[in-house]
Design a protein around this ligand. Structure first.
Ligand code: SF4
Length: 326
């Protein structure tokens, strides 16, 4: 199958089957650029279905870059609450500010400038260039990676290294409809070449797919081991209130409200009460109930009856729920 043929087949399939997503709406160029920026930040660690209501709320409240650059952090974090990985929204605001001050409010349309912006790595730069600016880039997200691995039957360790996948993605060719094509490939992975039970009978490229020929759809993965981390979490309670502190100590949930915590390195006989997975970290947490609250900088008493009114990270909410169940 020649590249041009594969490109055409995937685009034809996309034209008939693409989902209606709020960031795919027919809007002005400047809105399209802004929508792409916001949606790509949201999609960095989160699935499309989860992102949709967040994206709609965000755009309704903050319809353009200028407004985003001036938005108070508190309100931004509230809008992001539940999506997790809060550094994304902080970086998004920083990026908006730089675009306003350095690029006259226009999102840069070249790789070097994009990659220099906070929160924009190789993947996001590729996605913005393809989707917003119709440039011939193929952003290698999890969906496209899966199609590629299956289509070419890439299984060995060296075959599934990122560098090799980046090289191999040229098999998909290029299209003058670069924006649609990048989204079409992502959509094919999300809707048809799904992690489990790919729907090969509906796939436009099944004819030349090596996994389909072999009837072997297992995906090889380079396994990243989660780091085991150990924490003592201190609970101070006064009537209906818990003491929370602003986290300036740990690299996760930076500047957000957490219970006072201490990290232990390789403790012996650690009996955890709670386990929480965050990024590549497996948090083993032991809870200590304490009576006399010492003075913590930037701390406050939080009323558990008003849990929903507070802007708290999911982690802290889960701890509160755990404590309340006890
Ligand atoms: S034929 Fe099946 S395995 Fe191959 S790319 Fe299509 S959906 Fe994936």
């Amino acid at each position: 199958m020649k590249d041009q043929i594969i490109t055409k087949k995937i685009l034809n399939w996309y034209d008939l089957n693409k989902r209606k997503l709020p960031w795919r709406k027919n809007v002005s160029q400047s809105k399209k650029h802004y929508y792409t920026l916001v949606s790509e930040f949201m999609l960095q660690q989160t699935q499309v279905v989860t992102v949709i209501p967040y994206f709609n709320r965000f755009i309704n409240k903050i319809p353009n870059l200028k407004k985003l650059s001036k938005m108070p952090d508190r309100e931004l974090i509230k809008l992001w609450e539940g999506l997790g990985y809060y550094s994304r929204v902080r970086n998004l605001k920083k990026t908006a500010k730089i675009i306003i001050s350095k690029y006259h409010g226009e999102i840069p349309n070249n790789y070097e400038d994009l990659i220099s912006l906070p929160g924009i790595g190789n993947y996001t730069a590729n996605a913005i260039l393809a989707i917003a600016f119709n440039k011939s880039y193929i952003p290698l997200d999890g969906n496209i990676e899966r199609v590629l691995k299956r289509y070419l039957y890439l299984k060995k360790d060296k075959e599934i290294q990122k560098e090799n996948l980046i090289e191999k993605k040229s098999i998909f060719g290029i299209s003058s409809r670069a924006s649609d094509y990048a989204q079409a490939l992502m959509e094919l992975g999300a809707m048809i070449c799904k992690p489990k039970n790919p729907e090969c009978s509906k796939c436009p490229i099944s004819k030349n797919c090596k996994s389909y020929k072999k009837k072997d759809f297992d995906l090889a993965k380079i396994t990243k081991k989660n780091k085991e981390k150990y924490f003592i979490l201190k609970v101070y309670k006064k009537n209906q209130k818990y003491l929370l502190v602003k986290n300036t100590r740990f690299n996760f949930l930076k500047n957000l409200a957490i219970f006072p915590m201490e990290e232990l390195s390789n403790p012996k006989n650690f009996n955890e009460n709670l386990n929480f997975k965050m990024s590549n970290m497996n948090m083993n947490i032991k809870i200590e109930y304490l009576k006399n609250a010492k003075r913590f900088p930037s701390s406050y008493w939080f009323d558990k009856r008003k849990l929903d009114n507070y802007m708290l990270p999911t982690f802290t909410k889960k701890v509160v729920k755990y404590l309340e169940k006890k």
